[in-house]
Design a protein around this ligand. Sequence first.
Ligand code: FAD
Length: 309
Amino acid sequence: METFILVFKVLGFGDLCLYPASFEYYAPASLDEAIDLLNKHREEARVLAGGHSLIPMMKLRVLRPAYVIDLNRVKGLKYIEEKGGEIRIGALTTYYDVITSDIVKRRVPILAECASVVADPQVRNWGTIGGSLSHCDPSGDMGSSILALRAKMVAKGSSGERVIESDDWFVGSFQSALKTGEILREIVIPTPKPGSGGAYLKLERKAGDYAIAAVGVQVTLDGSGSCTYAGIGLTAVGPTNLRAKKAEQALVGRKVDDRVIEEAARAATEDCRPTDDPLRGSAEYKRAMVGVLTKRALNKALADAKRSR
Ligand SMILES: Cc1cc2nc3c(=O)[nH]c(=O)nc-3n(C[C@H](O)[C@H](O)[C@H](O)COP(=O)(O)OP(=O)(O)OC[C@H]3O[C@@H](n4cnc5c(N)ncnc54)[C@H](O)[C@@H]3O)c2cc1C
């Protein structure tokens, strides 16, 4: 986003672009109605959730949808519930809802930790988990926790619903696996087993900023202390949120001691694909930070896992 602002300022378009181009506004009362509208207007339409990415992009004229379909009056998209070994989160659930949910705090604290370092209270009060995942910003924080938890996304379109694995969700920068005419309805997280712990650590230039780099870690230990599950997601160090697969492999099936943690942290520096950027530092620096954050997040997640066995 800041890169866009810079380009607009350099080109002298700054003042011109603080107002969005004109658009028609819809506020459907049901998901089916929203999907009908989306299918009627196809590429010319965008759905609006918290508006904290869509509206700035419209103001900067990066996006000029002719139709905006506001989901905020659609009932049944805002909930966090646990049933049948799964935690289900409605797409319109805000960061604030995630942070304050007892289910999240008890079962998947990584999500609360992650949501609490997104931006500032204004953004957290309005921004939604569904909006963040659909926006697919490689610097978005939620995506890495979702990858660490191996969540699934439930998309609904005119021909029904389909379930998309988190590994298949992040297609490219600002490109999710949603097809034209589909809306993300729900996020489904397998409830972690006893002996699990998680952590999300973010390095930022200043409070409330997007990440220089961030790491989400989720682990499960069995009774003997062996790691039976490891999920690691990386933020802002690749074209999308990334899963650190080599780092996960360094952990699973082993008793995790300091040497194994070092090995996994080193592997995470190989899993990431950072680029140089004038605002947040060189690729080399970000890669080094991925190693540091992975090590710290692992230590925190493992301590929680040991406590919950
Ligand atoms: C000042 C500022 C700082 C920020 N800092 C951070 C940060 O540190 N970390 C971070 O992760 N994010 C940050 N953000 C982004 C913020 O988290 C957004 O809220 C989030 O990216 C988008 O969620 P939203 O609900 O606001 O979606 P919107 O802005 O309403 O929508 C975003 C995109 O997703 C689409 N969309 C929304 N919901 C759905 C759905 N259910 N199905 C299909 N498509 C959908 C929209 O059409 C749009 O293209 C920041 C934003 C601001 C303004």
